[in-house]
Design a protein around this ligand. Structure first.
Ligand code: AMP
Length: 359
């Protein structure tokens, strides 16, 4: 498919969580239909608002074939989709963003090497395939360090901190034999992220960098604008463009950065719409979800300029107890994900508060 999708065309979305929900809502607004594929129950956040949903395992060949046949193009809301699933779907339909972006971001070691080869700064890192690699890896990264599983980590999961060398073996044991990398601890001043988009025609549009605060490895707030110098802001946007071009990317990508006195350090990239881009729903004319759907549909990108300063706050677990109060704040934009059950650490929704005109 290279012609822009026409009204009524269908976008297949792999994954049925809140990101899929907000992508489906954006697609609907543009006159496109969303078909969700997720192995979990068909009443999840995305399926509730989509045109159709398939509940089937990632290796259900018949379900995958029927899904591919029912859509015009396929995208995804999370990066850990099994390779076999991608092979099968990719034979039938274009998957956007493409395989390279997934290969790079599914494995922290591949990701770090990709970034380093692009000439971008990362934390010092070294692979750890077993206890015998530990000493050599820590010599490379220094201590304190963080061990991270190479695959399937998110929201701080699959990570163990090493504050001093005595706890290194126990930290590695806590990862239960998973292939890992060690990363040197970065003494950052703040964390920021850039949400960038690249269209089918190679055009790039980046949203303004947001400043992120994490608690327990989970994003708590994003504040726009981030406290960055003009040079840092330019650098952040340019390096995002470099990553997008190197991956021949189509869609929205999140780039998480550490700000240090020596410059910007890339922490990780996410080949999808990103929690730290939720502020764009109320701070920009074209939000990250619409931007992603536009790119995947082969439409021109929208203008990512922000009209307002915004603070986004995630509603996690018990934060839902504050719902009555939040509902009665007249200028607070509430976004709830339709999750039936509140659990500790579970992202239930977010709020966007406009803090003023774009400054
Ligand atoms: P990640 O899953 O890699 O995004 O890590 C989650 C959070 O842990 C980051 O947003 C940082 O707050 C912190 N973190 C991860 N890696 C490092 C590092 N090398 N140095 C300092 N803090 C880190």
């Amino acid at each position: 498919m290279s012609d822009p999708l026409a009204p009524g065309a269908a976008i297949g979305i792999l994954g049925g969580g809140q990101l899929g929900r907000m992508l489906a809502l954006a697609a609907a607004r543009l006159g496109l239909r969303a078909h969700i594929y997720d192995p979990a129950a068909a009443s999840g956040p995305a399926a509730q608002v989509a045109d159709s949903a398939t509940t089937a395992a990632w290796d259900d060949a018949a379900a995958l074939d029927a899904f591919a046949a029912s859509v015009d193009v396929i995208t995804y809301e999370f990066e850990n989709i099994p390779t076999g699933t991608l092979d099968r779907l990719g034979a039938a339909r274009q998957i956007r963003p493409g395989r390279r972006a997934l290969e790079v971001s599914q494995d922290r070691l591949t990701e770090k090497r990709f970034l380093r080869d692009l000439g971008l700064a990362t934390a010092p890192f070294a692979p750890i395939d077993g206890p015998g690699d530990l000493d050599g890896a820590l010599a490379e990264t220094g201590v304190p360090a963080i061990l991270k599983t190479r695959r399937f980590g998110y929201d701080g999961k699959g990570q163990a901190r090493i504050a001093d060398p005595d706890v290194a073996e126990a930290a590695l044991a806590s990862l239960q034999g998973a292939a890992a990398i060690a990363e040197g601890h970065v003494a950052f001043e703040r964390e920021v992220s850039v949400i960038g988009a690249r269209g089918l025609d190679g055009a790039i549009a980046c949203f303004d960098p947001g400043e992120n605060v994490h608690e327990g490895g989970i994003l708590r707030t994003t504040t726009i604008p981030a406290r960055l110098s003009v040079a840092q802001r330019t650098d952040a946007v340019l390096l995002t463009g470099k990553i997008l071009n190197a991956l021949d990317y189509i869609g929205v990508l999140g780039v998480e950065l550490f700000v240090t006195p020596g410059g910007l350090i890339v922490n990780e990239i996410a080949p999808r719409v990103h929690n730290s881009g939720h502020w764009t729903q109320n701070g920009c004319t074209i939000c990250q979800f619409e931007q992603h759907i536009r790119a995947v549909a082969g439409w021109p990108l929208g203008d990512g300029t922000r009209h307002s300063d915004v603070t986004m706050e995630n509603l996690i677990g018990d934060d839902m107890d504050r719902l009555a109060g939040l509902r009665s704040e007249p200028a607070t934009a509430l976004h709830l994900y339709g999750k039936a059950e509140t659990r500790p650490g579970r992202k239930m929704g977010h709020v966007n508060r406009i803090t003023g005109p774009a400054g």
